[in-house]
Design a protein. Structure first.
Length: 363
């Protein structure tokens, strides 16, 4: 049997899930081996998809007399993608935990990571940036809360948590996966991490006085051995309506072979991240997904899109440094940057997504 598969656009996560190929083969057999053309409707595709995992994150921290973090607890629970391919593993695999959890490099003397059991109740597949999304959302939102509790500027507090510039092999952090890359060639580089934070806050005008109802939110993350940081500027009006005038994103992926491709990936990550934060949700009833098309599963629309998306690309002068990823690293900081900006603009803390309908009117 010969099968010809056309994958356009969002075919990334489905490439390893051959259910439609099996269906075509079965139909061809019923037809006596004749060629068949199989096309799923969008409703078929959404309802029978392999979904991004659901996740619950619990964080606690202890602050000393100076407001510095002296102890950190992160309890993360989510079904593993491994459940799709074999007996439910109950816990996240090492490579899944290494997407923001076990590779956390914060300069904190006491860190505890817990991963309770979580069974899968539907088919789970890969999604752009995978488990980095819930992990970055939890960690970077929590850092903003800690900065507020300590009465500190969020940017300065994040840089203090990162500590001084240094290079740490991922294995020293308990991360043996490192996205499949050599930890000696791709260490966790705190200097590069700090640089994207400093760059994006400078370019976004962090600290400038904004009109009432406007706020800046910051988040940064390392994934796929690249470093990104995002500043969202939002406006929340008296009725609780949200608009996003501008988003700045800084990226350090090492040498850039095609800078325009890097830029377009970051712009696309911002749009996708905002859409997921505001609207992205699939829910189930009696084991069946209830969203079937874009009238129920809403993506970001043009009226919600920022008027400005500014990409700040950081690259070395030569190719002595190994290349990092660009397709996925732009996504994780978007959601926490947005909810942190909502807090700065309105004083309302968002801890669960999607954000839609959670912002209350002033007064």
């Amino acid at each position: 049997m010969t099968g010809n598969v056309t994958l356009l656009g969002g075919g990334f996560g489905r490439k390893s899930k051959p259910d439609y190929i099996v269906e075509a083969a079965l139909l061809s057999r019923i037809m006596g081996g004749k060629p068949v053309k199989l096309t799923w409707t969008r409703e078929d595709d959404i309802v029978n998809d392999y979904f991004h995992t659901v996740s619950a994150e619990h964080l606690e921290a202890g602050l000393d007399a100076d407001g510095k973090v002296s102890a950190w607890l992160h309890r993360t629970t989510a079904p593993s993608i491994g459940s799709t391919f074999g007996p439910d593993p109950l816990h996240l695999r090492a490579g899944e935990l290494a997407q923001g959890i076990t590779d956390l490099p914060f300069a904190i003397p006491n860190i505890r990571i817990e991963n309770p059991e979580a069974r899968a109740h539907t088919r789970i597949g890969w999604f752009r940036s995978v488990y980095n999304i819930p992990h970055a959302f939890a960690i970077q939102s929590f850092v903003a809360e800690l900065a507020h509790a300590a009465g500190r500027d969020h940017r300065d507090y994040l840089l203090e948590l990162l500590g001084p510039p240094r290079r740490i092999e991922s294995t020293a952090l308990g991360d043996t996966a490192n996205y499949g890359e050599d930890p000696g060639q791709h260490p966790v580089d705190i200097g590069r991490w700090r640089h994207v934070v400093e760059t994006v806050t400078r370019e976004a005008g962090w600290g400038r006085k904004l009109p009432p109802g406007r706020g800046h939110g910051l988040a940064a993350h390392r994934s796929f051995v690249s470093y990104t940081a995002v500043v969202c500027e939002v406006e929340v009006d008296a009725n609780g309506a949200l608009s996003i005038p501008r988003v700045d994103i800084a990226v350090d992926c090492g040498p850039q072979v095609n800078p325009e491709r890097v830029r377009s990936q970051m712009e696309g990550a911002v749009i996708m991240g905002l859409g997921l934060t505001l609207h992205g949700e699939i829910h189930f009833e009696d084991g069946r997904a209830q969203q079937t098309n874009f009238h129920q599963f809403q993506v970001l629309r043009i009226n919600e899109t920022p008027r400005e998306i500014r990409v700040h690309m950081i690259a070395p002068d030569d190719f002595a440094q190994p290349l990092g990823g660009v397709g996925e690293p732009g996504l994780p900081p978007v959601a926490p940057a947005l909810v942190n900006a909502v807090f700065a603009a309105s004083g309302q803390r968002i801890r669960a997504l999607p954000l839609r309908g959670q912002i209350k009117a002033a007064g």
